[in-house]
Structures are given as C-alpha cells and as structure tokens.
Ligand binder design. Structure first.
Ligand code: SAH
Length: 269
C-alpha cells in the first residue's frame, strides 16, 4: 500500500474538509450565503468564490444564518485556476447536456468518489453562474461532470439548492464510510497529477503538436477539447505526467534538430 494514502480510520468527518465548493462568478450574494449554510449543514467548510459579482455583502451574511464562519473563511480568487489548481479531482456541475459529452457522475457516485479520494488529495466541485451556468471552457477543465437528474422540462435548480443536494451526497458517503461500508474503487499506487500540472501539460502538448505541424492554432477546431476529454478519462498520475512531459520535450528537441539539419542542407550548394 502506498504511503500517500491516509487511513480511513481517522475521523471520516475530517474528510469533509477536503471537499471544496467552488462558486464561479455568482451574481446574487444571497446564493453565496445559502451555499455556505447548505455546506455547514452537511459538515463541509471549504468555500472558494471565483470573482463574485457582489461580495462581501449583507445579504450573504443574512442568508448564511448560523454559517457565517464558512463565509468568513471563504477564499475569494480571480480565476477558476486559482481555486482548483492544487486539486487532484475536479468535478463540474451542469444543469443541461453539452455539445461534447463528458464522463458523467450521478450525484451519488460523485459523493462516493469525493469521499474516497479526499483521503489522498483535495477535491473540488464547481458551480456556475445563476443565469448561464459554467462555460464550456470551464467545464472542460473538470475530470467529470455531475448532473442532478431533475425534471427535463425545468432542469435548473437554484444555485444554493444544487450545492445542498451535492453536499448531502458527500455527507451520506461519509456516513457510509464511518460505518465501514465504503464502496469499492480500484486503488492506485501513485497520486493523481494536480490540476495545475495537467494544465501545464496541455500547454506543452499543444506547443509540441504545433511544432510538429500536426496542429494549427489558427484553426484549432475541437482538437484540444477532445484531447482534454481523453486525458480526463485517463486521469494521469504524477509519474505518468512526468513521463509524458519528458517525451514531449524529446519530440520538440528532435523536431528542432531535424529542422536545423534541413536548413543547413538547403543552404549548402
Ligand atoms: N441557465 C443555467 C442554469 C444555471 S443554474 C444553465 O443553463 O446552465 C446555476 C448553477 O446551479 C449551475 O451552473 C450548476 O452549478 C447548478 N445546477 C443547477 N441545476 C443543476 C442540475 N440539475 N444539476 C447540476 N447542477 C445544477
């Protein structure tokens, strides 16, 4: 068994601290307060606010009721990257299907997976704007998507209500674990790569594919989205990521030296 794994025998409740709620660009401060309350009811405490429209705000405090401690410790950041960079599992929420479907969890599967993975690394669940949810770019930064199977004719829940449903599932999974009845997931010997390292990998991959002449940034089509989805399904571990980065560097060196040689040959009479 690898060292990075923390025994579940500690307090299962402690794991709830490792599951963070990320609210992106929230318009109504009341929803931020409502989300804080929903989290505290379920024992979660880590809240990240990405560029909230109006915050701090009295309305947030009012809706938080007795959960102002969650609000007080909320971390406000400018970008989604800052909120999820150090997480090993990132899950995006969506009220509707998207053009390129992504690996999908039910809320229950999400709760189980979040608690299981919280033993080894931080987990983020990301919520979108009240009026238009998360952008495709934001959703493509997530390993999985989760959809609350609501009425298809009226599928969007209020933001704080959606936070409530998913935090409830996380709590249920924690209680199941505390009873020693954890669902089985395959264990892995190396921790997953952190979000920010995978982002750097994508930059490197795009650069290498461009160097190779395989990818044209002026005409990207859906290539990088599809590559992101491929790697989301695989979820590189830290060692695999290092191997892949090393290979990309070797390819770039090879392309560079081959081009140099060609240039030289062309110049020679
Ligand atoms: N009109 C928006 C709805 C946004 S609702 C849209 O079409 O996307 C605000 C946020 O609440 C969503 O971004 C999502 O984070 C969450 N949410 C609402 N309903 C949901 C559902 N059925 N499943 C998962 N998340 C949901």
């Amino acid at each position: 068994m690898s060292e990075h794994r923390i025994s579940a025998s500690g307090s299962a409740e402690e794991l709830l601290k490792k599951v963070r709620v990320v609210l992106v660009n929230t318009t109504h401060p009341g929803n931020i307060g409502g989300a804080a309350r929903a989290m505290k009811n379920m024992g979660l405490s880590s809240l990240y606010l990405v560029a909230p429209k109006e915050y701090p705000a009295d309305r947030a405090v009012w809706r938080a009721a007795g959960a102002v401690d969650v609000l007080d410790s909320a971390i406000v950041v400018d970008t989604l990257e800052e909120a999820i960079g150090d997480c090993g599992l990132v899950v995006g929420t969506s009220a509707r299907g998207r053009r390129i479907p992504w690996p999908l969890f039910t809320p229950r599967e999400f709760g189980e997976k979040a608690i299981h993975e919280a033993k080894t690394h931080d987990v983020a669940v990301v919520f979108g704007r009240e009026d238009r949810g998360l952008t495709n770019d934001e959703l493509h930064k997530c390993h999985y998507h989760v959809h609350i199977p609501s009425n298809p004719d009226y599928s969007a829940l209020n933001l704080a209500t959606a936070v409530q449903v998913l935090c409830y599932e996380v709590r249920m999974a924690m209680l199941t674990l505390a009873e020693g009845k954890e669902p089985h997931f395959d264990d892995w010997d190396v921790p997953p790569a952190r979000h920010k390292d995978v982002e750097m990998y994508f930059e490197h991959l795009e650069e290498t594919m461009t160097d190779l002449g395989f990818f044209t940034p002026e005409n990207p089509r859906q290539t990088m989205t599809r590559m992101r989805r491929l790697y989301s399904r695989i979820r590189l571990d830290q060692m695999e990521l290092n191997i892949m980065r090393g290979m990309l560097t070797a390819i770039q060196n090879f392309v560079y030296h081959t081009n140099k040689k060609l240039e030289k040959q062309q110049k020679e009479p």
